[in-house]
Design a protein around this ligand. Structure first.
Ligand code: KG4
Ligand code: ZN
Length: 353
């Protein structure tokens, strides 16, 4: 079955063509540079840019897959979670194509897309047996979400831990901004952190004195970092400090280290708890922050120690927001098409699929 998938949940206008879990094309037009001057995503700007770019992105996805509209069997579109007015653009386009092509459509959850993104493959040669993957532990680490999810099988999800405040990517972006590194800053923070000493300055480990493994929290770390940056730069909190390059490297390394240590503690805790019953076969990880080499290394170690297979998206384009993961989720999760119009669900939880 050939699926045309569309995602306009945040600031990437994305369309893809997939067949089962094989990615035939995956086209992404990022708006990140347009939102950078606002230090975050501006919903009305995102909506306008999606409207301007959606037709081009879909046309290109079909061209790259050497596929015509009439060969598409189904249209999959992200219905949530995400920015309501941004989601609306993709859904409206999906409904338009559904009626022009007379094809069924299916509403897909964006988090389910990230969770199943490691199951996407380039071609039939790289395919694998799904029975070897589930039950699995799924982790989504992006700019908007930090969720640890038990996946009994595709389509069946129970949230084991999620963030109480900021998402991991959001926290990294805020730390990067405090260091004057621009937005979104996760990737540049990683570059700086590689050159720094993670033990140079003291920073608290989030939720250190709590045994809880059912929540993440990054707001305390963010506040402590704000104070630390001011101390190191010798200015009042809120003022922009003049930092040396070495100070920036070390501060970046300290923040990233603590943020990842917190994630590791919760992930390892949940695996240990579940493995008393030998529950999980694999650890699936998706979302923009998994582009980070240090985080990959840490998760690889946790998976190895606990006898789990670590599965990551095969390409960088499947890591951040994209539509191929939406097409793959639509196929693997075996969602039944809807006859009615698809509604936006800006706060749609994976548990309510
Ligand atoms: O999945 P994504 O593209 O969009 C959302 O759904 O949010 O994730 C974007 C997030 C941003 O916070 C960005 O700073 C972070 O992923 N990110 C990284 C790296 N590359 C992107 N964080 C850490 N290290 C990276 N190399
Ligand atoms: Zn996302």
């Amino acid at each position: 079955m050939i699926i045309l998938a569309i995602d306009t949940s945040c600031d990437e206008t994305a369309a893809a063509v997939t067949q089962g879990n094989i990615v035939l094309s995956n086209v992404i037009w990022s708006q990140a540079s347009l939102h950078a001057k606002f230090g975050g995503v501006m919903p009305s700007l995102a909506q306008r840019m999606h409207q301007e770019r959606i037709d081009w992105v879909i046309k290109r996805a079909l061209q790259q897959a050497k596929c015509k509209g009439k060969n598409v069997d189904r249209i999959a579109v992200t219905a949530g979670p995400g920015l309501a007015i941004a989601l609306g653009v993709g859904i409206t386009k999906a409904m338009e194509l559904k009626s022009v092509w007379d094809k069924p459509s299916v509403a897909i959850n964006h988090i389910e897309g990230h969770l199943l993104s490691p199951l996407a493959v380039r071609n039939t040669r790289s395919d694998f047996n799904l029975a070897d993957v589930f039950p699995a532990l799924g982790l989504v680490v992006s700019g908007g979400h930090t969720e640890l999810v038990e996946i009994g099988r595709p389509g069946s999800y129970a949230i084991l831990a999620k963030t109480q405040d900021d998402a991991l990517g959001e926290a990294l972006d805020k730390a990067a901004r405090l260091l004057g590194l621009g937005y979104p800053g996760g990737a540049i923070l990683e570059k700086m952190a590689k050159l720094g000493n993670p033990k140079e300055y003291p920073l608290p480990l989030p939720m250190a004195r709590q045994e809880r493994i059912d929540a993440f929290s990054y707001s305390g770390l963010k506040s402590a970092f704000m104070r630390l940056v001011s101390d190191v730069g010798n200015v009042a909190v809120g003022e922009r400090p003049e930092l040396t390059l070495q100070q920036i490297y070390d501060l970046a390394a300290c923040f990233q280290n603590r943020a990842f240590q917190h994630l590791e503690r919760v992930v390892a805790g949940q695996i240990k708890l579940a493995n008393q019953e030998g529950k999980f076969k694999s650890l699936l990880v998706g979302g923009g922050v998994i582009a980070n080499t240090d985080l990959k290394k840490r998760l690889r170690k946790i998976a190895k120690v606990n006898g789990l297979k670590l599965m990551l998206p095969y390409s960088k384009k499947l890591v951040g927001d994209n539509a191929a993961m939406i097409g793959v989720a639509a196929a693997i999760s075996k969602h039944t098409p809807e006859n009615t119009l698809i509604d936006r669900k800006p706060r749609w939880s994976v548990e309510d699929i």
